[in-house]
Design a binder for this molecule. Structure first.
Ligand code: IVH
Length: 684
């Protein structure tokens, strides 16, 4: 019923608007803005070569959005404003692929690869075969359909014949052109590729999930697949996905004169796609070398790959070779070995982290894993030690899977020395010797001594780290030395460090000392969110720091916030709220902050908060006519307001819809201004 009303209202609005022609100059401007934005988006997300800043992009984007809001009929499906996702679906529809999306046959070693090459060579009756080599992306396969140059449908691989309709989700991926660029485009085009999430974006997402107490994704592939298969495409829009196009689903018309798959890629590139890079080779020995080099390089790429794809390059030859039911004969995936190896456990130690977390670590006889020497591997927590029953003297299997961090996956019990003893977890902190505690219901033991030297130096190291103050050039060892010698006792002491403090150490020269001081002093102006992250407050990582820096307009305001006000912030849970509150109400921490200010550290607050609801804290109760909860939250935040979960004396407004709940009563009691949906609409 409500939906019908909304639809009617929208129809009336559109009819009404249509009574007036859109002025020609507005039409021209919107068209120009759209083209400019699409071009800049392509430069940024596909070519990795932006020519304008993010702020300049935002200005153009907002201009277009404003025009489209005033003249909705000017909005077209290829407008960059359409990448924000839309209403959640109840279920995905299915889409049939124009031709089946096949899988690839695997080979696992050089011998199998040579056997593949021999089959091809025999099938084509030619000794030399030109191959096109590409990385095998570890993500989710999708197909995109363009009609008359416009993206109309996108689907997952599904069972190969038909997949799920994920059009709304795919439209949110910035590297996907909504409209093909350039001239001479085919009236119908089906491209195929792999949706991926960059490792950095994956870690950011997981960090923020962890801070919110949500279950994290196991690897970037699961995160990418989970994001594409979201019924609410507005969530997908927030996920920063990318895509590599590696092929087409239907041949291109004859006029394109296509002979090889690399010819196809030339066209796809021109039309604005982010395509997989190809290497051409007809030499199996060279291909083997390329495979081996790539296997070493893979861990350092920005995204996950799990092999090398080798395809016959000539399209006619592909046809000659043909297809099996599930995979083509003309291509193969040369998969990487899961990089694992045996290693001997020399010792098991425990480490103290900056929050006091005690982490067990196995020290190994150094081994090489995908080209990198490994001599230590984390065992995470006592439960994991128990589960593996890992002991000193054990031979273990260590794996470096999708991620760079190695892990122990198995103990080879048959190789265990007869006199080996079960590992018993220490009861005292290895650094300060105080008793380790394990809070009820938590799996990680902790040192809770705030004077613990290990905790102090870990906090100092965190303070200087890249995502915090980004002070480059001191180095972990020197920080530890300065902490041990009590020259730096807290994070603010960095700014009071003088050359003479440093020169008393062996191996410290004047040049090094002066460079260190310079490095510190050059980081006196710092963004609010970085500073908050650098303080090392428990449960406040990069993400929470950013949220706090947007919600509070100054450090003072944050220091004065009540615990209730903190937990009212939608993304901040009770644990984080309590921890932040306690941090700023601790006299020692207050003194440290004073010291920063005295030393001349200047916090930079972001200035471009200019929405109509700037800084207002709004709580919503009851059902609204025109917004779901998510929509009203988005609307408030778009206008620089804050959507808060509960009513407190710090709430500015309570927006009450039909059948308001307890929050309404509370607002009346606390004398908080109550507004209607209509009032809200006139404000935002
Ligand atoms: S070509 C006929 N090229 O690997 C199949 N696939 O295991 C043509 N994949 O379903 C696929 N990177 O999702 C091709 N550079 C690449 C690829 C690639 C990843 C995926 C694709 C396919 C799966 C097969």
């Amino acid at each position: 019923m409500k939906k019908m009303l909304v639809i009617h209202l929208n129809l009336i609005k559109i009819l009404f608007m249509n009574l007036f022609e859109v002025p020609q100059d507005i039409k021209t401007e919107a068209k120009k803005l759209k083209e400019m934005l699409n071009e800049h988006s392509h430069r940024y997300y596909v070519l990795d070569d932006p020519v304008i800043t993010d702020e300049e992009y935002d200005i153009l984007f907002n201009k277009l959005k404003k025009i489209e809001d005033t003249y909705p009929m000017i909005r077209t499906p290829d407008s960059p404003t359409q990448r924000v996702g839309s209403e959640p679906l109840k279920a995905f529809k299915t889409i049939e692929h124009p031709s089946p999306m096949l899988s690839l046959d695997n080979v696992l070693n050089e011998e199998e690869f040579i056997a593949f090459h021999n089959r091809i060579s025999k099938g084509l009756e030619e000794d030399q075969v030109e191959y096109c080599l590409q990385e095998k992306y570890d993500g989710l396969a999708v197909e995109l359909i363009y009609e008359k140059g416009l993206l109309t449908k996108a689907s997952t691989r599904g069972n190969g014949v038909e997949g799920e309709d994920v059009t709304n989700n795919i439209k949110t991926i910035r590297a996907v052109p909504l409209k093909l660029l350039g001239e001479n485009i085919p009236s119908h085009l089906a491209v195929r590729g792999e949706v991926i999430m960059l490792k950095t974006d994956f870690h950011k997402l997981n960090n923020s999930y962890e801070e919110q107490g949500k279950k994290v994704f196991a690897n970037p592939r699961n995160a990418a697949a989970g994001s594409v298969r979201q019924l609410d495409s507005r969530i997908t829009a927030q996920r920063n996905l990318s895509i590599f196009i590696y092929g087409i689903g239907e041949s291109l018309p004859d006029r394109f004169n296509i002979v090889k798959s690399t010819d196809v890629f030339q066209y796809l590139k021109k039309w604005g796609f982010k395509i997989s890079n190809s290497i051409i080779s007809d030499d199996p020995k060279k291909i083997t070398k390329i495979y081996k080099d790539l296997e070493k390089k893979r861990l350092f790429l920005e995204y996950d790959i799990d092999g090398l794809v080798v395809k016959v390059n000539d399209l006619n030859k592909q046809k000659v070779l043909g297809e099996l039911s599930h995979s083509p004969r003309w291509a193969v995936a040369w998969k990487f070995k899961p990089s694992e190896t045996e290693a001997l456990v020399k010792k098991i130690i425990v480490q103290v982290g900056r929050t006091g977390a005690i982490t067990p670590v196995a020290l190994l006889n150094p081994v090489k894993l995908s080209g990198v020497t490994i001599s230590r591997v984390t065992l995470h927590n006592p439960d994991e030690i128990e589960r593996l029953d890992i002991r000193v003297g054990d031979t273990v299997i260590v794996q470096r899977a999708g991620d760079v961090i190695p892990k122990v996956i198995k103990i080879i019990k048959s190789m265990r020395p007869a006199d080996s003893k079960k590992f018993s977890f220490p009861e005292k902190c290895p650094s300060c010797n105080k008793k380790i505690v394990k809070p009820e219901g938590e799996i990680i033991p902790r040192c809770v001594n705030s004077e613990c030297p290990a905790i102090i130096s870990e906090n100092l190291i965190h303070f200087t780290s890249r995502a915090a103050m980004d002070i480059d050039g001191i180095g972990t060892e020197w920080i530890q030395k300065l902490a041990e010698n009590k020259i730096i006792k807290d994070i603010a002491d960095f700014y009071y460090l003088q050359e003479k403090d440093l020169l008393q150490f062996n191996r410290m020269g004047e040049k090094l000392a002066s460079n260190m001081i310079k490095a510190i002093q050059s980081r006196k102006e710092v963004a609010f969110s970085r500073f908050l992250n650098a303080l090392g407050i428990r449960y406040v990582g990069e993400n929470t720091a950013r949220i706090l820096s947007k919600y509070f307009h100054s450090l003072d305001e944050l220091i004065k916030a009540s615990q209730e006000e903190l937990t009212d912030i939608h993304e901040i849970g009770p644990k984080a709220g309590e921890s932040i509150y306690n941090f700023f109400n601790d006299t020692k921490n207050k003194a440290v902050i004073e010291k920063f200010i005295k030393a001349g550290v200047k916090i930079i607050y972001s200035v471009n908060i200019s929405g109509k609801l700037k800084g207002l804290r709004i709580c919503v109760t009851g059902s609204l006519k025109n917004y779901t909860r998510n929509e009203i939250k988005r609307k408030i935040e778009e206008n620089s307001g804050h959507f808060v979960d509960s009513v407190s004396k710090n709430t500015d407004f309570v927006l009450a819809g039909d059948n308001p709940g307890k929050k309404f009563e509370k607002a009346k009691k606390l004398n908080i201004k109550i507004i209607s949906e209509e009032d809200f609409n006139s404000m935002a």
